[in-house]
Design a protein around this ligand. Structure first.
Ligand SMILES: CC(C)(COP(=O)([O-])OP(=O)([O-])OC[C@H]1O[C@@H](n2cnc3c(N)ncnc32)[C@H](O)[C@@H]1OP(=O)([O-])[O-])[C@@H](O)C(=O)NCCC(=O)NCCSC(=O)C[C@@](C)(O)CC(=O)[O-]
Ligand SMILES: NC(=O)C1=CN([C@@H]2O[C@H](COP(=O)(O)OP(=O)(O)OC[C@H]3O[C@@H](n4cnc5c(N)ncnc54)[C@H](OP(=O)(O)O)[C@@H]3O)[C@@H](O)[C@H]2O)C=CC1
Length: 407
């Protein structure tokens, strides 16, 4: 496996070693370090993204996630896998201005001084400028009747290149605050990025022919219609959309965690974007094309980096990026949404046909066996029995284990 992944000796040792994150590095990452909390790191296969085969490292505790993603990536391959694109890595930093008698006037004064403000912001990150990034634009939003009086919010729009960019844009926002006060005569309060990263979008699309969905119980066309009904349910009903989008994040979060990125930022952006039209809806769409093939798309914010945060400090995050073979944050973002799309399809296919429990519980049975106290070969024996009997429960696992040990 290591040879197939092109890993060096030390990479393989890192994966085998339970001490992949040295305690002194962990101690430098956060405060009051007590120890380390580990998660399984799996590898989803079969993914082809823009014609390139790519293995997906996934750090996750939930069974059947890696299997479902791999399964759907396999179904996607005959029609070319996933096609992706993305916008430039643009993040927004917000600067809140209060105490203004004349918000409309303040807005125009800020826009008149746009070039000065951008220039000042760009003095804060010479390296980013050299790399082709930097502050690109200024937007000004006015809230005339907030419960605390008028409020003006300036947005710095910053190309953060291969960083997630929170620290980068926060530094810029703090740097321009005094000039903003001078220009507007108001008082600056918050200076912080927005996690609604709606200018940093990643997109993926996939196409699957009906024959790949065919089973003994369902025709391929029937499965496609059922998947589209399932999607429509999420599109119209926020109670369903929350679960549907959770299924998408089942694929995305494990990749974000494995690469040392900030999953809270990705989650916040995803759900805020899902209600951009004033209605919480699906992050994906599922339709049938003229040939009767199922076509799925996803478009959502994906603020991820290859530098900064824990991406460089956590040894396994570096290794995950090496396995992915990505060179830019945009490539990583595009792969992340492709995995989210595959994961969504996996859940919809199962839910719309046989139901989620058979496939999920068969894999979850290992967890149940482990928590009942089974170890080594006992785990497989318990799993085999529970799956065969369609009876995956803790009390059953405990009873089976007791009987096994008494033999
Ligand atoms: C679980 C499966 C894939 C079984 O599916 P299956 O058809 O019973 O299994 P199979 O043994 O025939 O395997 C089919 C393929 O699945 C993959 N596969 C199968 N097993 C493995 C494995 N161990 N490791 C890696 N890959 C695996 C693999 O690609 C394999 O093909 P092969 O390689 O054999 O040619 C299927 O039942 C499935 O996709 N279920 C959906 C599971 C799911 O979505 N889980 C997420 C958790 S539920 C949740 O939290 C979200 C939800 C559901 O609420 C979201 C929503 O409501 O929208
Ligand atoms: N609301 C939120 O989401 C918040 C998140 N955070 C946290 O912020 C962290 C991410 O911030 P981020 O700004 O990415 O991290 P860093 O500040 O650690 O890294 C970004 C810096 O890396 C340098 N750099 C080197 N190579 C590149 C390159 N190719 N592209 C871009 N920059 C490069 C840049 O300049 P230089 O080295 O010269 O500075 C850049 O400013 C995460 O840990 C996140 O959890 C923090 C606050 C709020």
């Amino acid at each position: 496996m290591s040879r197939h992944l092109g890993l060096a000796e030390e990479d393989t040792a890192l994966l085998r070693d339970s001490g992949a994150l040295p305690i002194d590095i962990a101690d430098g990452m956060i405060e009051n370090v007590l120890g380390k909390f580990e998660l399984p790191l799996g590898l989803a296969g079969n993914f082809m993204v823009n014609g390139r085969d790519v293995l997906i490292p996934m750090a996750v505790e939930e069974p059947s996630v890696v299997a479902a993603a791999s399964f759907m990536a396999k179904l996607a391959r005959p029609a070319g896998g996933f096609l992706t694109s993305s916008s430039a890595p643009l993040m927004r930093a917000q600067i809140q201005i209060v105490g203004l008698a004349d918000p409309a006037n303040a807005r125009l004064s800020l826009l008149r001084n746009k070039a000065r403000l951008i220039e000042l912001a760009n003095t804060k990150d010479q390296l980013l400028n050299k790399l082709g990034g930097g502050c690109r634009d200024l937007e000004v939003h006015t809230f005339l009747d907030s419960p605390r009086g008028p409020m003006v919010v300036a947005h710095l729009v910053v190309d953060v290149r291969d960083a997630m960019g929170a620290n980068t844009v926060n530094t810029m926002a703090e740097a321009v605050a005094p000039l903003i006060e001078e220009i507007t005569g108001g008082t600056v309060r918050l200076r912080i990025l927005s996690n609604l990263a709606d200018l940093r979008l990643a997109r993926a699309q996939v196409r699957v022919a009906p024959e790949h969905f065919e089973t003994d119980a369902f025709s391929g066309t029937d499965v496609i219609d059922r998947i589209i009904d399932a999607y429509t349910f999420a599109a119209i009903d926020p109670y369903r959309a929350a679960t549907h989008n959770k299924g998408i994040m089942n694929g995305i979060d494990p990749l974000i965690v494995a690469t040392g990125n900030d999953w809270r930022a990705v989650e916040a952006g995803a759900h805020a974007y899902a209600c951009r039209d004033g209605h919480y809806g699906s992050l994906t769409t599922w339709e049938k094309d003229r040939e009767g093939h199922l076509v799925g798309t996803i478009e959502m914010p994906m603020p991820v980096g290859l530098v900064g945060g824990a991406t460089k400090t956590h040894p396994l995050a570096r290794l995950a990026l090496k396995i992915l073979g990505v060179k830019t944050s945009q490539e990583l973002a595009e792969i992340a949404v492709a995995v989210g799309l595959a994961q969504n399809l996996g859940a919809l296919r199962a839910l719309a046909t046989e139901g989620i429990q058979r496939g999920h519980m068969a894999l979850h049975a290992r967890n149940i066996a482990l928590s009942a106290g089974a170890r080594g070969a006992e785990v497989d024996q318990l799993v085999r029995q529970m799956v065969q009997d369609h009876d995956v429960r803790s009390d059953r696992a405990e009873a089976l284990l007791k009987a096994l040990r008494e033999q």
